[in-house]
Design a binder for this molecule. Sequence first.
Ligand code: PAN
Ligand code: ZN
Length: 188
Amino acid sequence: MTDSPFSTQIGAAGSMDPHDLVDERRLGQMAGAFADRAAVEAADPECVVYRAYQSGTDGTAEDLLVRTTTITPGTVGSEFHMTKGHHHVRDSGEFYYGMSGDGLVVMQDRSGQVVTEPMPPGSMVYVPPGWAHRSVNVGREDFVFLAVYFSDAGHDYAAIERSGFAVRVLATDDGYAVVPSNGIEASS
Ligand code: PAN
Ligand code: ZN
């Protein structure tokens, strides 16, 4: 927790020094997020899918938080490594800034409309209030990005855990494809 001016050093791989929180998401903790259940079961549950560092004061309406996320390269079945994805509990916007690697952010509003935005290094994506968001590593290296959002935004994972996003991002011979979720056959 920090309630006075501060600075932090952000490393090329997404580390933050100092930081207030670090969160590591392993495959076993997000197994339900991937469509191919047989591939999930065949994979190592200890595989780190992403890591996030955070600085700032959590929970006040006036403050901002900064968080880096590093998504490791890889697929589960043909689905690229990705974040769980969430709505903000308090509908509020967020800026994403692509630092390195090849990424994509999938955004979905409450009516089901989906927009995807590539996040090459140097790109900035605005996630408007009311849009759920998930990030995907579509490359062969770590995908690192930085996020700035209101510290009282809160993360609501439940709706996404229940119904997922309307699209999934799959590996293809020449890159990736964004396909409707309901058209995906799990191999189990
Ligand atoms: C990001 C995400 C981060 C991890 O900082 O929290 O990329 O993704 P999940 O929270 O979906 O696990 C953000 O959107 N913050 O609001
Ligand atoms: Zn968010």
